[in-house]
Ligand binder design. Sequence first.
Ligand SMILES: Cc1ncc(COP(=O)(O)O)c(C=O)c1O
Length: 449
Amino acid sequence: MVQRRQFHQSQTLQEKFNALIPGGSHTYAKGDDQYPEYQAPYISKGKGCRVWDVDGNEFIEYGMGLRAVGLGHAFQPIIDAAHHQMLQGSNFCRPAMIELQAAEAFLNLVPGAEMVKFAKNGSDCTTAAIKLARAVTGKNKVAICGDHPFFSVNDWFIGATKINNGIPKAVSDLTLKFNFNDIKSVEALFENHPNQIACFIMEPEKYEPLDLNFVKALQDLCKKNGALFILDEMITGFRWHTGGAQTLYNIQPDLSTFGKAMGNGFAIAALAGKKEYMDLGGIYHDKERVFLLSTTHGAESHALAAAMAVMKIYQEENVIEHFHFQGERLRNGLLKSIRENQLVGHVGIHGHPSCLVFSTRDADKNPSQPFRTLFMQECLKQGLLAPNLVLSYSHSDKDINQTVAIINETLKVYRKAIDEGVERYLEGRSVQPVYRKWNHEDRNKDKQI
Ligand SMILES: Cc1ncc(COP(=O)(O)O)c(C=O)c1O
C-alpha cells in the first residue's frame, strides 16, 4: 500500500515565495509552473539521492540540482574539502595557490584543453566563449544548435527563444540555428551568411547519439570558413567521461565550457580551450586585448577545493561506470514497465544513462504536457521527485528498484488516463514550458505573434 504524501506547508508557502521572488524561484526550471499544481514541494534538506521537504516528506530525487550534483547531496568528502579550504579564507586580492592547483587538475583531466578560466556560472563561460570567437574571427553572427534547450541566460541566447522581451532585435538577429547531426543545416548557414559567422556552439549529445562524421564535417567547415567550434560540456562534463564527452569521443574543440557536476553543487564553471585563442584574454601578448572572464567570485577558494575533490573522486572511483550501470538498470526497468502497461509510444525513456529523460504522449501519441503533469503528480505522491531522471553516484540498487516500482504504479494510472481521459486523473492545472511568451498562453493566444 503506497503512502500518499501531503503538501500542505508547501502550498501555503507558494504565495510568499512568489510575492518576494519573481517567478517564485531563482531559476525558472525550478518554478511552480514546472510542477503539478498541488505537488510542488519546497525543500528543507538533502542527503545522497534523497531530499526532504517542508512537510517532512522524503523523496528519492532525480533532478540533482538541475544536474549540478553528480555525487549526491551533501556528499561528505566534498563538504570536508570545501570546509577545510573555507578556514583558509575564500577570496583575496591576488591569486591563491589553489587557483593554479585547480587549473592543473582540470587541464590534466581534459587533455584537449590548454588553458582554463574559472567562473561561477556556466552562462558567463558560454558568453565569454562567444565573445572570444567574435574577437578572434572579427565576425558577429553565432550559430547555436537549435535542438539543444539552453546555453546561457545572456541576450545572444535568450534573444533566440520565445521569451525574448527586453532584448534588442539587433542582438537576436545575430543568432542563427542549425540542427544536431545535420550537416546540411550547417552548410546552409555558411552559404546564406558568407563570412559572417564567428562560431558554432552545441552540446556533444542530448537525446540521440552523436554522429562522429557530423562533428568532423562541422569542424572541417568551421576551419574552412574561419569560424570557431565551441563544445558546451556543462551537462556532459563529469557525466559522459571524467575528461568530458570530448575525451570520450576524441574531439578537439577550439573552446569548451564546463560547470554543473564539476562542483557537486558548489558554484564553479570553466571556460577552456586552445592557447592561441584563450591567451587573447592574457596580459602579456601584443595583440588587441579581449576582456575575457573576470568575476569577483570566479576563484572562490572553497568552490575550487570542492571541484578538486570532485575530480579526485572521479579519478579514483568508478563514478562514470556507476552512472552507466544504474542508468541502464533504470532504463531497462522502465522499458519493461512501459511494455507491461501497454504504453509503448505513449511513454518513452531517452538519453545517456547518467542523464535520462522521460517523454509523455497522449492517446494520439502527440507530446503532452497534461500527461507529463500526471506522470509527475503520481510519482510525487509516492515519494519520487523526478522532473527528469538524472542519476547520481548515490543512487543505489535499492533506490533504482524503488524508483521502478513507483513508476510502475504511476504507469497504471497513466494507462487508465489514456483510456478514459487525462482530465479525470489530473488534480490541478498542467505544467507549462519555460519558453513561453505569456504566462497564460491560451488566454492570450490573440496577443501572440
Ligand atoms: C548546456 C548548458 N549550457 C549552459 C548552461 C548555463 O549554465 P548556468 O545555469 O550555470 O549559467 C546550462 C544550464 O542549464 C546548460 O544546461
